[in-house]
Design a protein around this ligand. Structure first.
Ligand code: PEP
Length: 255
């Protein structure tokens, strides 16, 4: 379609509370041997905050792989024991920040207002936010998918101007599919991704919105990744469990 941008596929690994610095180095030694430098896709790695430095160091000759943090605090600095700030993330070498992952929302009470604040801080620090949205099973069964995803997306970008919002990445991650072995069908994923694209187009115009990568996440594995990537408006995947093993992750990113 005229005016549309091509979005290179994005493969993002979320290691959650796995792989400290030693495991991360061992993972990368194997993974980098399996996956040569990529030119037609974007690879992202979200280690635990304590392993980011080791990962950045191990990837110093691999600019095709960007490193991110899984969370930042809502304040830039201050008396917030145990938290990490956007500037600290930038300083350690992270370039991307996950915001609003469902585990942050569900387990740590992160609100839409928190995600808005974090996204704004991330952008101000000249880092890239990867905003996660997605409904719970009860919300899906209650017919609330569109309302939830729209609310979370609009809240997440509410403090950004249009130029800032154009630099966003978005992941649709249905909560019921994360870590459960249940995956959205390519049709369901395509429907929600097309909604996200339309909402972004309404705000930013079709040309800008078409350049924003929309990732699907939720029990992606090497058996389902190709079908999901073929769904409409799916530009990449965000993967937890299946990204922990270097051989398995290598086979997914080569999809
Ligand atoms: C995630 O943590 O973002 C995720 C999608 O996890 P999993 O692939 O294990 O469902």
């Amino acid at each position: 379609m005229s005016g549309r941008q091509m979005v290179p596929p994005v493969f993002a690994a979320n290691w959650k509370l796995n792989h400290g610095p030693s495991d991360a180095r061992a993972f990368l030694q194997r993974f980098l041997a399996l996956v040569p430098r990529q030119h037609d896709r974007t690879l992202l790695l979200f280690p635990s905050a304590l392993a980011v430095g080791a990962v950045v160091e191990a990837l110093r000759d691999r600019p095709d792989i960007q490193v991110g943090v899984q969370n930042v605090h809502t304040e830039a600095q201050g008396a917030f024991t145990g938290e990490n700030s956007v500037q600290q993330a930038r300083d350690v070498g992270a370039r991307v920040v996950l915001v609003g992952h469902s585990e942050r929302r569900q387990l740590f009470g992160e609100t839409d207002a928190d995600t808005a604040r974090k996204v704004a801080l991330v952008v101000q620090a000249r880092l890239v936010p990867l905003l996660c949205v997605g409904e719970t099973l009860a919300e899906r069964e209650g017919g609330l998918v569109e309302a939830v995803v729209q609310r979370q997306l609009e809240a997440g970008v509410s403090l950004l101007d249009d130029a800032q919002a154009a630099g966003l990445l978005v992941a649709y991650e249905p909560v019921w599919a994360i870590g459960t072995g249940r995956t959205a069908t390519p049709e369901d994923a395509g429907d929600v991704h097309s909604l996200l694209r339309r909402l972004l187009s309404d705000r930013l115009g079709e040309r800008v919105a078409s350049g924003i990568p929309l990732l699907y996440g939720g029990s992606v594995n090497r058996g389902n990744v190709q079908a999901l990537l073929a769904a409409p408006n799916v530009n990449g995947v965000l993967v937890g469990g299946a990204s922990l093993d270097p051989d398995g992750w290598a086979s997914i990113v080569r999809s």
